[in-house]
Design a protein around this ligand. Sequence first.
Ligand SMILES: *Cc1c(COP(=O)(O)O)cnc(C)c1O
Length: 428
Amino acid sequence: MSSGPLSQKLFATAKQYIPGGVNSPVRAFRNVGGEPFFVRRAKGSRIHDVDGRVMIDYVGTWGPAILGHAPQVVLEAIHDAAKEGISFGIPNPYEVDMARTICEWVPSVEKVRMVSSGTEATMSAIRLARGYTGRDLIVKFEGCYHGHVDSLLVAAGSGALTHGNPDSAGVPRGFADLTVVLPFNDPAALEELFEKRGGEIAALIVEPYPANAGLILPKPGFLQLLRDITAKHGTVLIFDEVMTGFRLAKGGVQELEGITPDLTCMGKVIGGGLPVGAFGGRAEIMNMLAPDGPVYQAGTLSGNPVAMAAGLAQLREMDKQKGYDKLEENGQLFEEVVLETLTKKGLGYRWYRKGSMFCLFFTEREVHDLHDAKTADLAAFRKFFHYCLEHGVYFAPSQFETGFMSLAHSPDDILQTAEMAAAALASL
Ligand SMILES: *Cc1c(COP(=O)(O)O)cnc(C)c1O
């Protein structure tokens, strides 16, 4: 679908003043072709573009909007907090409330520090792990995204045991040399690396359910192996739950899987739509941070009262409404109709879902890692995406993203979406 005339006009102006016309690359629609629409308003399950088109939204501002867009409780919390002041740069009561809530909800977190984005959380967590262990090497997995941190914008090298290659211009070779990238769900590669270099590895960072290459789930025992092998070698295990934290359960994947990482990175849902991230974990490690310890980390807007109030309101509303149970019900309903449609159309595409997170891979191959994900038929995905958009349903503009449902998505929304998605699949 071409975007409407007002969106086109805005995009032309945006391109004059903003690189690529966007403030984050995926928004430019390069993966699906065409031009982005500009949003004027978002409420509940719907977004309204500047040309007056209305869409059911399954991106949810890339995860944060778990109650739906602009929920009343969050609006009120923002209003009430802002009336008292917008930023202090001195401790405020909201950040204490937020820290206590995180420590109560997330099993592994004994102490936590607030930051302003997921990228800041992962960047700080790996510095802390390096400071704590006195080691330099980092291990990550192919297909996991941890924000645009230099040491983590690294792609796999030629062999599993070699250092990685910069995955962006501007990432120094020396940084990539300190990051090893392994295939996800591959115990043998992991064991080989730790056997050879375990004593050098400061941290292993992982999205426990990778949700930035589509949605990929760990094979049984894989997360436990990560826990065991890092414990054995004195490596800090970092769960990057920026996407999964407060999205799948109060305590994230670590609660669902019963695995206790050393450090956890958080973001997205925790901010109620405002810029918030956090990292936390074992007190012994967290106490290495300044001012108590030698690892420097700071932030002018960290623990911002308005952002804390928004996030707390969102978390408390999820708890009050038993939101995670409801999202699982919605997810099941969606799943039933999707699977029924695929069967009816004789399509072998792979569907993965956890609670309110889902991905339909346009491939018949089971997806256990990035390599499998890349077998997807991207041309078919593009057609599907544009058909849906034209008919009032907005899925993420890339095959390699996860979809999100919110509490504002009604059973009616879901059935309407499923009907439309069925027509989209039939049109391929
Ligand atoms: C989104 C995301 C990040 C980066 O968070 P930003 O707030 O965009 O910097 C890091 N890790 C994971 C798993 C994410 O999904």
